[in-house]
Ligand binder design. Structure first.
Ligand code: GLY
Length: 370
């Protein structure tokens, strides 16, 4: 005789949040949090470089508003995106008496947002957090949508969670202190949005290359606002990446493999640029995408100062591709364009299986065309 007790747990959750975008927004974050609190106390998590540039300044603004806050940092760089950093952060949060009524503020680029967000998702079984992205890449992509993660030696983002932030504050003026290479690297994600979803954005980028490279305020605001709108709409439709959200990973399957092979010496956006050339080429060879559109994509990436090629051995790259989270049943999966502004799908599914021997021959041909 078996007794069955059913634990009923169907839940409706509202995880909606505001993304605030504005030049000069940064200094008014504590005042806004005073008016619209997320926690009783705030732990600002940042990296060793940003601590002195923006961390102390934000802490000072909290003090001016008489809000309890503390500042915690970890060494800057992709090498810190690991589980040891999470342990370090948890210890510091405990020292600062951060509790379940507190909130974390991640102040930084993709690494800080991902590691800080992941820490927020597990600290005391999860506390709220707020994203304050300081790089273009984080402002247009990683700060929105609640993906948090740390890397393993085997590959990127292999440990992580979905934990939506309670608010995102985007101040494009923070980009003025960003190293040029990092800024340009973030533009790869903006081109990505154009290719996967928005032909108008793609054409805007083509028409405004110089303004964008020179951080023209109007152009910057336009591309950030457009990118955030696209990202938000895709996340609203598919928050847990069951299908549509995977198109945000266009170019990322080869990019993550390239990052791993380069020992994370290249920047994420640079690898995404190379990865879009590779994924786009696979789409061309499969007959899904016109070659002239692939060339147009590559021309735009090049004109924005992004790399299109990196040295790698095809077999090493293929081996590294298998650590991608999109691999299903041992099969490599790619998200591939159909036209600029639209992704290819089969029966409504965007992740397309491609056989390893096809990937190998396409990559060898592409390398031969260098
Ligand atoms: N950066 C891809 C995503 O958030 O889904």
């Amino acid at each position: 005789m078996v007794e069955v007790l059913r634990l009923n747990l169907s839940r409706v959750v509202d995880e909606s949040y505001n993304i605030l975008i504005g030049f000069g927004l940064f200094d008014s974050i504590p005042a806004d949090l005073k008016a619209n609190p997320v926690g009783e106390k705030y732990a600002i998590i940042t990296d060793s470089v940003l601590k002195d540039i923006y961390g102390r300044r934000l802490l000072e603004k909290f003090s001016e508003e008489n809000i309890d806050a503390c500042l915690i940092d970890f060494p800057a760089g992709e090498e810190s995106k690991n589980i040891s950093t999470v342990t370090h952060l948890v210890r510091r949060l405990l020292e600062h008496r951060v509790d379940r009524k507190s909130a974390i503020i991640t102040l930084g680029g993709g690494v800080v947002g991902d590691v800080g967000g992941f820490t927020a998702s597990i600290y005391m079984r999860g506390i709220p957090y707020i994203q304050v992205p300081t790089t273009l890449l984080a402002q247009v992509d990683s700060s929105i949508g609640g993906k948090t993660a740390v890397d393993m030696e085997e590959g990127k983002n292999l440990i992580g969670s979905f934990h939506q932030p309670k608010r995102v504050y985007i101040d494009p003026s923070l980009l003025k202190t960003l190293p040029r290479r990092e800024y340009l690297s973030g533009l790869a994600e903006v081109v990505k949005y154009g290719v996967i979803q928005d032909r108008d954005l793609f054409e805007y980028l083509e028409r405004n290359v110089e303004k964008i490279k020179n951080l023209d305020e109007e152009a910057l605001l336009h591309i950030i606002r457009k990118s955030c709108m696209i990202k938000k709409e895709i996340v609203e439709e598919d928050p847990l990446e069951k299908n549509k959200r995977s198109i945000l990973n266009y170019g990322h399957t080869p990019a993550h493999a390239i990052e791993r092979l380069s020992c994370y010496k290249c920047l994420h956006g640079e690898a995404v640029s190379v990865g879009m050339r590779i994924s786009g080429w696979i789409a061309v060879k499969k007959g899904f995408w016109r070659i002239d559109e692939w060339e147009r994509q590559n021309k735009l990436l090049r004109s924005l100062g992004l790399p299109l090629k990196m040295d790698f051995n095809v077999d090493d790259l293929i081996e590294a591709l298998y650590y991608d989270k999109k691999v299903e049943g041992g099969t490599l999966m790619f998200v591939l364009p159909k036209r600029i502004g639209e992704m290819f799908s089969i029966n409504g599914r965007y992740k397309i299986p491609i056989r390893e021997d096809e990937v190998r021959s396409f990559l060898l041909e592409l390398n031969g065309n260098n």
